[in-house]
Design a protein around this ligand. Structure first.
Ligand code: BJW
Ligand code: ZN
Length: 258
């Protein structure tokens, strides 16, 4: 994308957002890449010689829960050392503008949107901070300290697992329904830093185009075009930590024009 093409696309995106009453955002790993959190599909897909699917799946868990906890403790330690980047902060500024009419749906489990100040956040794939007891089902925020490779529930001594949605597992129904409602009701859906290959998350993009007399405008922010690009009315191709602050800056400027 040339500087001129990006400038034109940023102007279009600003106009759509300026006119929008309700905004929904879908984020993926790319939004945290500039903070130092590895994405899933760009890397070699390995963690210390193990395939990610082997340490982040129900099968992997049944085979070797201690290995799965080692993987998640390493991820928790990584996230404890990183900070939100300008892309996260730009999305927090957007929430301040739209208030309750702004919903941020994230596939990320790193908690960086909450750390940046977003409040209306739906973590549809769970959170690295949370554990779930296999015996009493209690979900608890355990912060980001390492938990060892066989942590026990403080209430019932049952075995704990990461409260993360692995492949083949269902998303929390209440959180998912709120995400579908937000995508179906928005005027603009901003799709940031996701390859849009994982379902049902990716289905929020067509959902924004359905269910209404006027389909939502889809704006994609990514380094490259993705599976979402066919749905996108505007594509902003570059790092989200650079593009999103520019978008917010233009929106602030457009506040004083009509
Ligand atoms: C930048 C950037 C920068 C880089 N700036 N951009 C329909 C069709 C086909 C398959 C299915 C289907 N429905 C369900 C499935 C199966 C499966 C699935 O989707 N498979 C596909 C891969 C084929 N889905 C499931 O299994 C889901 N469960 C389910 O459907 O259950 C059904 C059920 C119902 C009732 C009862 C029981 C079951 C669950 C999916 C859970 C996904 N979990 C993971 C792993 C979590 C583990 C962990 O984190 O520890 O979540 S998978 C992994 O992918 C992770 C992510 O959240 C998710 C999405 O990845 P994301 O965020 O898009 O990252 P990347 O790496 O792919 O992309 C990064 C992007 O950023 C790239 O585009 C870069 O260009 C960009 N980028 N730097 C801007 N600076
Ligand atoms: Zn318990």
């Amino acid at each position: 994308m040339t500087v001129h093409e990006l400038d034109t696309a940023l102007s279009q995106a600003t106009q759509y957002l300026h006119a929008a009453r309700r905004v929904c955002v879908l984020t993926g790993a790319g939004v945290s890449a500039e903070s130092g959190v590895p994405t899933f599909r760009a890397s070699d897909g390995l963690w210390e010689g193990h395939r990610i699917e082997d340490v982040a799946s129900p099968e992997g868990w049944y085979r070797n829960p201690a290995l799965v906890w080692q993987f998640y403790n390493a991820r928790r330690q990584n996230v404890a050392q990183v900070r939100p980047n300008p892309g996260h902060y730009a999305l927090a500024a957007m929430e301040r503008r739209w208030g309750p009419n702004f919903t941020l749906v994230t596939q990320n489990v790193d908690g960086l949107h909450l750390a940046a100040g977003n409040r209306n956040v739906l973590e549809i794939h769970g959170s690295l901070r949370h554990t779930r007891c296999l015996q009493c089902a209690a979900v608890e925020d355990r912060g980001l300290e390492p938990l060892g490779d066989a942590p026990k529930c403080p209430r019932c001594q049952g075995r704990l697992r990461p409260h993360i949605v692995w492949f083949g597992e269902a998303l929390d129904e209440t959180i998912w329904q709120r995400a579908v409602d937000a995508a179906s009701a928005c005027d603009v859906l901003l799709v940031v830093g996701t390859s849009a290959v994982v379902y049902p998350a990716a289905s929020l993009i067509p959902a924004a185009k359905r269910h209404r007399s006027i389909p939502a405008t889809v704006i994609e922010v990514n380094l490259t075009p993705t599976e979402a690009s066919d749905w996108a009315d505007v594509g902003l191709y570059g790092p989200s930590g650079v593009i999103l602050p520019q978008l917010v800056q233009r929106l602030e400027a457009s506040r004083f024009s009509s």
